[in-house]
Write a protein that binds this ligand. Structure first.
Ligand code: NI
Length: 261
């Protein structure tokens, strides 16, 4: 059996892929990506994620409203998300969280949308995909309270940007830590040290495509086939084989998202 990688965070429904989406999906399979979790950012993209998952057996969906779009989470949108969240190919609620870097929605609205969608995840019994940018303290305070009553595993901190103490606490709460393309960047010494210290059994890999393209394609559009460069860098840092990193991180993703393949 060849290499099997799982890209746990993509945005293949975004317009960046309109011209060649099906070819990108084929290239991912050719590159050994056995499964993809395509993550919603608002209601329309959550609907598109579910449609993609219905059309492709290896694609799964997450549904949620990103903190940037928190102001769009009305009661009607929340109800529609709730209906989508019960779909058999929806494996998580996300991406949800707080973004105090760009502040595209006001803080109080972000907090409210985060709370409402954590409650939705509890209702449907699915894990969460967390976006946290420059809001580590606030995100952890909310997750600490929420994760208490939850069955493990509870979710993933996507494109992790916190420190080792935060990562360890999140793992203690039942979260996985997801590593994206920046781990391959020259200036990522701190992130590589974090990867070195954390157990592989708690790591996931992702592209967050079309963003965060890893070296050597930095500057170009990202796509799921490039998740291999993230896996390679983790293997190098942890002095393991690429096969071992692929195998364990794929097992982790299957355990978290209960992927049925
Ligand atoms: Ni994302």
């Amino acid at each position: 059996m060849g290499l099997e990688l799982i890209d746990t965070h993509t945005h293949l429904d975004f317009p960046e892929f309109d011209s060649d989406r099906e070819q990108v999906i084929v290239r991912a399979a050719t590159a050994g990506v056995g499964a993809i979790v395509n993550v919603g950012a608002d209601l329309a993209s959550s609907q598109a994620a579910v449609a993609l998952a219905e059309a492709h057996p290896q694609i799964y969906a997450a549904v949620g409203v990103h903190p940037h779009d928190a102001k769009t989470l009305t009661d009607e949108v929340l109800k529609e998300l709730g209906d989508l969240a019960s779909h058999s190919k929806v494996v998580a609620v996300g991406e949800i969280g707080l973004d105090f870097y760009r502040h595209l929605s006001p803080r109080d609205k972000q907090g409210q949308a985060f709370d409402q969608q954590l409650a939705l995840a509890s209702d449907v019994g699915k894990p969460v995909i967390i976006h946290d940018r420059e809001a580590h303290k606030e995100v952890m305070a909310i997750l600490r309270r929420w994760a208490e009553g939850c069955q493990q595993p509870v979710g993933v901190l996507h494109c992790f940007s916190g420190d080792l103490t935060m990562a360890r606490e999140a793992i203690e709460l039942g979260f996985y830590i997801s590593i994206a393309g920046p781990v391959t960047f020259d200036n990522a010494r701190r992130l590589r040290e974090l990867v070195r210290q954390l157990p592989l059994e708690k790591l996931l890999i992702e592209t967050d495509c079309p963003y965060l393209t890893p070296h050597p394609y930095r500057g170009k559009r990202n796509e799921p086939a490039y998740v291999q460069f993230v896996a390679q860098e983790i293997a190098r840092v942890k002095e393991l084989s690429l096969e071992e990193v692929a195998c364990i991180t794929s097992d982790n993703a299957q355990a978290l998202f209960a992927l049925d393949f």
